[in-house]
Design a protein around this ligand. Structure first.
Ligand SMILES: Nc1nc2c(ncn2[C@@H]2O[C@H](COP(=O)(O)OP(=O)(O)OP(=O)(O)O)[C@@H](O)[C@H]2O)c(=O)[nH]1
Ligand SMILES: [Mg+2]
Length: 301
């Protein structure tokens, strides 16, 4: 399978040369999609043998969306231009796709990162976001914000990127899951970046969290219904507990008892409707996967 390495860059003159060179030495085509750098990034990338394209919009998300339109190879490898990810480990990302066991492979940084590669705030933010993600999606992934990935053509051509900035990694992950593709993680190394960060941890962290919440609708809308259902159930348990407690002390609260019933019935209904919605949604995802497999088999014949 042919592979193109895509590197989004914005003022990365310190790191980009090394990144392009390593991938060129490994024999890959490299596309640098540049966000109008004010330094020598484009010049250096070109000199080391990359194809360089200026992005039209703004932000890392837009850059990646544009690159997905430009490229046409079987696999795209995404990587930052700051020298923080090891080029020589690229095979670990490509292999599961070539073997046909994954459609999207994410390099997880938490197994063996260099000291100082994450600031304390970034490490905490990353852990919190991953925890929230696992809770919201019920999927066992540890590093959904990693910038080092390999993505199969079928996936990167069908992914819809609507966020413009650093929410793009979360969106890539959710889109892959929502469309029923297989995503796996492999451990990779992670080093301290060259040059200056463009990430603003607090602002971007909040944006990423919001994105994960908004995207629940794309992956599994039923999860919103479960959340409402649980809130009503808790209310019912609280008021019901109070009614029983008062009754044991020989005081009867008829109106509150009625309200308790209403809360619990509403809660249960939300959850049951959620279950049905989930079944329908999962069936359509499964259906899409089957249809894709049929077409793939036809293509192989
Ligand atoms: N084309 C393009 N690339 C961008 C833009 N913003 C950031 N990048 C690139 O996206 C990659 C990731 O950005 P970083 O600043 O390294 O963000 P990070 O990897 O999340 O955080 P640190 O490495 O910890 O600083 C780098 O190669 C940046 O140059 C942009 O607006 N347009
Ligand atoms: Mg980086």
């Amino acid at each position: 399978m042919n592979v193109t390495v895509v590197i989004p860059t914005l003022n990365e003159e310190k790191g980009i040369g090394g990144v392009v060179e390593s991938f060129k030495n490994l024999g890959f085509d490299v596309l640098v999609i540049d966000g109008n750098s004010k330094d020598r990034t484009r010049e250096i990338a070109e000199k080391r043998g990359a194809k360089v394209v200026l992005q039209t919009g703004k932000g890392k998300g837009n850059a990646i969306a544009e690159a997905f339109k430009l490229v046409d190879s079987d696999i795209v490898v995404l990587i930052d231009g700051d020298g923080s990810y090891p080029a020589e480990e690229v095979w670990k990302l490509i292999e599961p796709i070539e073997k046909g066991v994954a459609d999207h492979v994410v390099g997880s940084r938490f197994a063996k990162y260099e000291r100082g590669a994450f600031t304390k705030l970034n490490l905490l933010g990353n852990k919190l976001i991953n925890l929230f993600f696992r809770f919201a999606y019920g999927v066992d992934l540890t590093d959904i914000l990693s910038g080092y990935r390999a993505i199969k053509k079928e996936v990167y051509k069908s992914i819809e990127i609507r966020k413009s900035g650093f929410e793009v990694e979360a969106e890539l992950t959710v889109e892959t899951l929502a469309k029923g593709f297989r995503i796996v993680e492999v451990p990779i190394g992670y080093k301290k970046r060259e040059g200056k960060t463009k990430l603003r941890p607090i602002r971007d962290g909040i944006r990423i969290g919001k994105t994960i919440y908004e995207l629940i609708g794309r992956y599994s809308p039923a999860r919103y219904l479960y959340i409402f259902g649980l809130i009503f159930l808790f209310l019912g348990i609280a008021t019901g507990g109070y009614v029983v407690y008062a009754w044991l002390n020989a005081v009867s609260h008829y109106m509150l008892a009625l309200l308790t019933v209403l809360f619990i019935v509403t809660g249960v209904q939300f959850i049951v409707i959620g279950l049905i919605a989930d079944l329908i949604f999962r069936a359509t995802v499964e259906f899409r996967r089957e249809v894709r497999q049929i077409f793939r088999r036809k293509g192989d014949e």
